[in-house]
Structures are given as structure tokens and as C-alpha cells.
Design a protein around this ligand. Structure first.
Ligand code: FES
Ligand SMILES: [Fe+2]
Length: 438
């Protein structure tokens, strides 16, 4: 019998022929259970994963509980201002300690037998504790277990389930600069608006990562949206004709961005005015822009305010900073199913009229019921159905723009951002496979 070692599973997985300009991904990567299991060990248990935004934990005692990389976590701010990330499982017998999504708490009581934990994760009370031996009472494993690594960058909180030498900052590589520019959208801090929107798709999680900065699909998949903004009252056709501009960049470590400056037909609440918003709103947009210029300088203000960008942070974080600003993170529970948490982000001091526009922009395009998300979901699910049922067709093609990908400005419609992702995916999978084989 031939053993399917992880290394053998990865054979014939990518075609990355830079000379011929051909890049292909074997469709097994989307459906194979053994590859899916290896992804858990090679990627989700080794990479830095986005967990929360600091604004969700601004108040003393604030907490969120959510699934990150498939694991339930409890993240909180203690009464002294310290931030913690714990596995949300009781050290007694495993029950979920915190069952609310968010709130404020001085301590946490496990609903099963009533053990109580402090906001620093220490067990501070066990009902009828006189029956425990001193050894049990003193055992440090009887507290909530902190996630091995937990760090913050520009207000974004990440966890890592493995110990390792690579700091969060090093891991983020070129993506760090983009996170700093998001943080700079407000003089004090960015804030998450409301609760996350949660939805799911019957597709492989990597398809969403591919889709999220795919400039190639916009005009066909989202033609309804473009029709809508082209035809709404006051829209300027000149604006619309510029949708093709922009470029993609490899930011290192599997991260990438697709961006454009003044090259898209929608308005940005920070701070790019369009005719269809009407002249009344123009003063608000100009004021927001002037404040930015004064604070960060003209050049950076232009980049921050006028630029649209879809930022991909390997493996499962996407930040769409376009007509609205959305953090999307997702995790798979099988090769053909993933769940998404989407958080709308905004400058804390944004005025009410711009905030209202931001909400509307979010609902129109980015939200789960907007013009974009359902159309994208349908595309991803149709791809997945093909992989599962038509295994005679072996390869996906991601070759667009490959021969010019090392040039100064690879085009936004190119597929460099997907190749960047897949090369990193393959490298980490291969590395883990080789270690396991040893
Ligand atoms: S499982 Fe939590 S107190 Fe028993
Ligand atoms: Fe899309």
C-alpha cells in the first residue's frame, strides 16, 4: 500500500512556471480532507491570525468571545488596563466559560459547575472547594489558558497558537504600513461599528481570499452595482470611465494589496466627494480632508483619503477600504464550508452625515445583503460545486499578468495577489509536510 504522506499529497499541486508565464493550482487543494487537516497544522496553528480590534476592548472589563482560526477564544481588558486572550474552555472539564459575544465583566463564571475566573484568568472560586486537595488548589493549570502569543499592531489584535521567533511586526511585513494608514484615518482611533455580521458559504475558504482582491471579476460579477452607481441621480459618467486604473503589490509573507488612487467611481466618506452625494455634503468632506492634510501632510493624506485598497493579510484577513471600510476574517470547518465575521470600521470622530454615508455605502456594496457579497458567494459556491463533482477538470488558471509581475506596477486586474497567496500557502504546507515526514 502506498502511504499518502503530506509531502506526497502536495505533489503536483502548483504549476509556477515564470518563464512561460503559467500559474495553475490543482483543484484538489479545495476539496481534499487530508490537505484541509494539514492546513490546520501548517497554517492556522502557525500564522498570526486577526482576533479583534482594540476599540472593541476600549473600556475596562470589556470582553469579546469569538472563534479565531477555528478555536473559541475569550479576549478581554482587565481592570488594570491589560489585554488578554484565553482559550474559552474551562480548565475543570472543558465547558465554554464565556457564552456571550461581547460585554463587560469583572470575572467569568463557568456555567457547568460554577468555577469563577478573574479578569486575569485566575481561578478565584470553586464551589465546595474544601473537598479539593492542596495540590489541586495550587496547580497553575487550573486557570484559564492564555493563547501562546497575543500582540497588537496599529490597533489590530492578533493571536498566534504557536510559540516562535517571528514577531507580529515582522510577520506583517509590507502590510504593516497599510494598517498604520488605516489607523491614521482618525486623530485618536478607529472604531468597530456595532456587532459583526456573520455569514457562511459552501465553498473553500481560499476562494474568498482569492476573490477579495480580485480586480478581474469586478465588472462582470458586480455589473449590477456598477449599473446602479452609473445611473443614480447626479452620477458623473467621467468618474465611471476610470474603473480600470490601479495596481497590485506583493507585500511579502503571502500578503498583498490591490489599490488605486482616485480610480474608482464611488465616493469615500474619508474623504472623496462625488457628485451624487450633492453639494451639501461637500463641506464635510473638505473639512475631513483638510484635517487629515494638517495632521499627516499632503502626500500621505492623499493616499489615505483618496486611495481605495483591498488588503490581504495571509492567511484569512481581508480589509476592504473602498466605499466603506470592512475587516473580514473567516475560518473553515471543512474543505467546502467557511464562516465569515465582518466588522465595519470607521474613524471615531467622523461627523454624522459622513457616518450615515458610510453606513449606506456599506449596505449597498459590502454587507451580506449588498450588491457585492451575495454575487461573490454565488460565484465561490459554483466554483466549489465544480471542484467536487467534476474532478476530470484538474487545474485552475491564475496566470494573468505573470510575465510582468516583477515590473513597477502590475495591473489591478492581474492575478499576482492570488499567486502571492498560493506561493506562501504552498511553502508553509510543504515545510510542515516535510517536518511531519521526518
Ligand atoms: S466545566 Fe467549568 S466548572 Fe466544570
Ligand atoms: Fe466581488
Amino acid at each position: 500500500m502506498r502511504l499518502e504522506t503530506p509531502t506526497r499529497l502536495l505533489e503536483n499541486m502548483l504549476i509556477d512556471d515564470r518563464q512561460r508565464g503559467v500559474f495553475r493550482v490543482n483543484r484538489r487543494a479545495f476539496i481534499d480532507d487530508r490537505l484541509f487537516a494539514l492546513e490546520g497544522r501548517a497554517i492556522f496553528e502557525r500564522c498570526w491570525l486577526y482576533a479583534a480590534h482594540e476599540s472593541e476592548l476600549a473600556a475596562s472589563g470589556a470582553f469579546v468571545s469569538r472563534i479565531v482560526g477555528g478555536k473559541p477564544l475569550l479576549i478581554n481588558r482587565d481592570r488594570n488596563g491589560g489585554l488578554h486572550a484565553f482559550f474559552n474552555t474551562c480548565p475543570h472539564r472543558g465547558a465554554t466559560v464565556c457564552r456571550e459575544d461581547r460585554g463587560r465583566a469583572r470575572n467569568f463564571t463557568c456555567p457547568y459547575h460554577g468555577w469563577v475566573f478573574s479578569d486575569e484568568g485566575k481561578t478565584i472560586h470553586r464551589p465546595i472547594d474544601t473537598s479539593y486537595s492542596p495540590a489541586c488548589m495550587e496547580d497553575s493549570t487550573q486557570h484559564l489558558t492564555p493563547v501562546p502569543r497575543f500582540d497588537s499592531f496599529a490597533g489590530f489584535l492578533f493571536v498566534n497558537f504557536a510559540q516562535g521567533p517571528e514577531s507580529l511586526e515582522t510577520y506583517l511585513a509590507g502590510a504593516g504600513e497599510y494598517l498604520k494608514n488605516i489607523q491614521a484615518q482618525d486623530r485618536e482611533s478607529m472604531i468597530v461599528l456595532g456587532s459583526p455580521q456573520t455569514y457562511s458559504a459552501r465553498a473553500n475558504w481560499k476562494l474568498l481570499q482569492e476573490n477579495s482582491a480580485d480586480g478581474y471579476h469586478a465588472s462582470s460579477t458586480h455589473s449590477t452595482y456598477f449599473d446602479y452607481i452609473r445611473n443614480r441621480e447626479g452620477a458623473v459618467r467621467d468618474n465611471f470611465s476610470r474603473t480600470g486604473f490601479g495596481c497590485v503589490r506583493n507585500l511579502g509573507n503571502g500578503h498583498a494589496v490591490s489599490e488605486s488612487l482616485d480610480g474608482t467611481p464611488w465616493g469615500r466618506p474619508l474623504a472623496r466627494w462625488i457628485d451624487s452625494w450633492g453639494t451639501e455634503i461637500r463641506a464635510d468632506v473638505d473639512a475631513a480632508y483638510a484635517e487629515m492634510v494638517q495632521r499627516v501632510g499632503a502626500e500621505r493624506a492623499k493616499t489615505i483619503c483618496h486611495g481605495d485598497r483591498n488588503l490581504l493579510i495571509f492567511p484569512n484577513l481581508v480589509i476592504n477600504d473602498i466605499m466603506g471600510l470592512v475587516i473580514r476574517t473567516y475560518y473553515p470547518t471543512s474543505p467546502s464550508y467557511f464562516e465569515v465575521n465582518a466588522f465595519a470600521l470607521a474613524p471615531k470622530h467622523e461627523g454624522p452625515r459622513l457616518r450615515d454615508l458610510r453606513h449606506r455605502n456599506f449596505l449597498e456594496f459590502l454587507g451580506p445583503a449588498g450588491f457585492a457579497t451575495p454575487d461573490d458567494q454565488e460565484m465561490l459556491e459554483s466554483c466549489q460545486r465544480a471542484y467536487a463533482t467534476q474532478t476530470w477538470v484538474q487545474w485552475n488558471d491564475l496566470s494573468r499578468g505573470m510575465l510582468t509581475e516583477d515590473g513597477p506596477n502590475p495591473a489591478k486586474q492581474d492575478e499576482l495577489q492570488m499567486r502571492t497567496f498560493w506561493r506562501r500557502w504552498h511553502e508553509l504546507m510543504r515545510r510542515a509536510g516535510e517536518t511531519e515526514a521526518v
